[in-house]
Design a protein around this ligand. Structure first.
Ligand code: SF4
Length: 360
């Protein structure tokens, strides 16, 4: 049996594998001292070393650009802290909580909005006592219908531990949905074993899995097989992606990504606008560009392939859909009388049509 290549965790190891040039080592040592680095063998195998702008490398290989923090960037860009009543819980909306079980991931994404909180050595690991307190919080808040396991990546836990946590949550009467956000099927697909799938299925609550991928090449054969294990077991999958400059900010790549999700029984769910995490400006696009891409996507792929383009409002104010609007109020009164009483609706070709403001 051949053993799997180890995850690359230092700039030295990235140089040794030819993934970065030796000249960049001093800058990358500084980046790695602040933000965790991990590139699994599955991800490393997807990188085209001959392409200096490889879209997979841009997501995972550290860059000296990360040393530049722009005005407005923030260590807690979506305001987790201000909505955290107890360690490990973020309670932003009435009917759901985030439950941050672990602070480690199979890979460390260079655009991560929790980059100041995840990685080895970060002080956020949940103790046994912290876990029990968080569970008590969920138990005592009867309005919590959905628990979203996030982190870090919850699928870094062993199937045994995951099974215990799933059972603890499903035993709470009012918790009906357990949603797991993960990079594992893409970044370390072999972790999705029959044991893990069994641990995720639990009596008393429905499990959903949100798979994070940003480029169609990330849905490799092994990633597809890992996703199939989950869906074949009856676990519904949704996608989450981040709109990233030089990775997926063109219509053809986004289209291929969304089609690949649907072909693999993953319903496109969220396309996040890049958060204002420190040192990530080189990976962000503008909202105007994101809206233009969404308009193009609407004309090119079926409704099944449409994600919702969302912005997490800085400061912890939650998500807002920021896709283009196709409906606008009647135009100014100088227009003809009929138009003044009708909405303007834009079709996928950009042509304007009218619809009555009142039912007949
Ligand atoms: S897997 Fe998720 S939490 Fe972990 S580094 Fe990537 S984006 Fe951040």
């Amino acid at each position: 049996m051949t053993s799997r290549a180890a995850t690359l965790r230092t700039p030295d190891e990235l140089v040794a594998q030819g993934l970065v040039s030796p000249d960049s080592l001093p800058a990358l040592e500084k980046v790695a001292a602040r933000y965790a680095v991990a590139v699994t063998s599955d991800v490393a195998a997807l990188i085209d070393k001959a392409d200096p702008n490889d879209p997979i490398a841009r997501q995972y290989i550290p860059s000296a650009d990360e040393l530049v923090t722009q005005p407005g960037e923030d260590a807690d860009p979506i305001g987790d802290h201000s909505h955290s009543p107890v360690n490990g819980i973020v309670h932003r909306y009435p009917d759901r909580v985030l439950f941050k079980l672990v602070h480690v991931c199979p890979v460390y994404c260079r655009f991560c909005f929790r980059r100041e909180m995840v990685g080895p050595g970060k002080p956020n690991a949940l103790s046994d006592e912290g876990y029990r307190t968080a569970l008590d919080y969920i138990r005592s808040h009867r309005e919590v219908w959905e628990v979203i396991l996030t982190g870090g990546d919850p699928l870094m836990l062993s199937p045994r531990r995951l099974g215990e946590i799933m059972a603890d949550l499903a035993a709470i009467d009012h918790v009906k949905i357990i949603r797991i956000h993960t990079r594992v099927p893409v970044a370390d697909p072999v972790r999705v074993s029959a044991e893990m799938v069994a641990a995720l299925k639990v009596e008393g609550a429905t499990t959903w899995v949100a798979v994070h991928a940003n480029h169609p090449r990330e849905l490799s054969d092994s990633a597809r097989a890992a996703c199939a294990l989950l869906t074949d077991a009856g676990i519904p999958l949704v996608s989450q992606s981040v709109l990233l400059r030089g990775v997926n900010d063109d219509a053809a790549t986004l289209e291929a990504l969304m089609r690949a999700f649907v072909e693999n029984r993953i319903k496109p769910y969220y396309l996040h606008h890049g958060d204002l995490a420190p040192g990530t400006a080189h990976l962000r696009t503008t909202l105007a560009h994101g809206q233009e891409l969404m308009r193009t996507l609407r004309g090119r792929v079926s409704g099944l392939c449409q994600p919702e383009y969302v912005l997490d409002i800085p400061g912890g104010h939650g998500k807002a859909p920021v896709g283009p609007s196709y409906l606008s109020q009647p135009d100014s009164p100088q227009r003809d009388k009929l138009e003044a009483t009708r909405y303007r609706v834009v079709d996928y070709c950009g042509e304007v049509h009218f619809y009555p403001t009142q039912s007949p």
